[in-house]
Every structure is written in C-alpha cells, then in structure tokens.
Design a protein around this ligand. Sequence first.
Ligand code: HPA
Length: 246
Amino acid sequence: MSGIWGVIGGTGLSQLEGLQLTGESRPQTPWGEPSAPLVHGELAGQPVCFLARHGHPHTIPPHRVNYRANLWALRDAGVSRIIAVNAVGGIHADLPTGRFCVPDQLIDYTWGRPSTFYEDGLDEVVHVDFAEPYDASLRAGLLRAATELGISCRDGGVYAATQGPRLETAAEIRRLERDGADLVGMTGMPEAALARELGLAYACLALVVNPAAGKSTEVITMAAIEAVVKDGMQQVRSLLRALVAP
Ligand code: HPA
C-alpha cells in the first residue's frame, strides 16, 4: 500500500523523536481543529505525519479528544495508513506490564463521544463494515517489526475501550474479562471506527503500562505508569522505524 504513514501518539508519545522534521501544519476541518499541529517528517526515509492525540503538551483527556478532526486532518494530509499507539492496562495474564500487543478485535464501552462522520445532511444512512476493526497488513507489519527487533509482542487480543478519564473498578475489569477483553484503554474508540469510515488502514500498537484494576494488589499511580511509558516509548520508536523502512 502506498501513501503517507500516519502515527497517532498516545500517553508518553506526544513527540516522535527521530523524525526528520520537514514541517508543521495546523489544519482546520469541518469538525474543528485536531488535538495538535500535524508534524510532518521522515522516518527511515519515508514520509510520516505525526499527531499527538492528547495534544502537545498532553492536556486533552480521552473523552474530549476531537477524534473526528484528528482523522479528517490526517486524511487531508495524504495519510493512508495509521499506526495508533496506545498505553493500556493488561487484563490477560499474558499481558504483563511492559509487554506490547497488536490487538485484532475491540469492544466499545465509550459513550457520548461523536463517533461517526455520517450524521447530518446525508443522502442515505451509511453503515461501514467493522467486523475486523484493524488492518491485517498493518498488523502483520507491526508483528514482523517486533520479531525483527526481538521485542515481546502478543499477536492479537481484544481491546476494551472505556470512557475514562477515571480508571476502572475491579468489578468492571472482571466484567470486561468475562466479555472476552484482554487489554483496556480509553482512546481506541471511536478512533478506529472513524478511520474505517474514511477508508484509512488502521492498526493499534498497545503498550501495557499497568495491570488493570484488581489484577495486582498495588495501587495504579500515574508515576508508575509514566516510568513504564518512558522505556516503552523508546521501543515504540524503534518499532515504527522498522515498520516503515522500505
Ligand atoms: N485502564 C484504562 N485505560 C488505561 C489503563 C487502564 O488500566 N492504563 C492505561 N490506560
């Protein structure tokens, strides 16, 4: 697949170090402004457009991110394939803190977020196919990059998208587990669905930054999460470079 790579950086990745900068843009969209200026550059010689999901600095909470403007702006910038980087809580025993996962499914528990482009002024109602929410070839590319680099990464898993910004209760996590979820985050939706509505290939690279609520006796603190994120994001950069390299 050709076209510009898009990277949406989550918690801990509000800048993509190593990106050879070629410019910045502040696009307007029919849905408002994206979370931050788009950063244009090259990674391993390939054009990449980076967007900080929570703004730069990190100030926009998950339920306030303008997902529609973000996806629209990336598409308008010529992006055709997107890697979404997400910090998540690990539910499955196979997903300890520090491990990566490239999920293959998701369940949406968010509410009240503008979650479609097909709303007003329609000629007809549109229902996009979303049975497989992530792009198979991007997923394969991420997993190949992880193998090449010797980075431990789980192939597949069900991402539960929760509303936040608070973390879950232990009972909520038990419910998600019964539903079949393996990892939990707050930003995977509606982002993935909006990418699909625009015809953009989209995959999620998730880094487990804490055991989900009730999965460990320790209290989840932002300080502990930040420490994991700092190390993990170095690996994210290597993974992205290996992925896009021709
Ligand atoms: N729950 C939801 N979102 C998250 C978590 C979590 O435990 N960790 C990082 N993002």
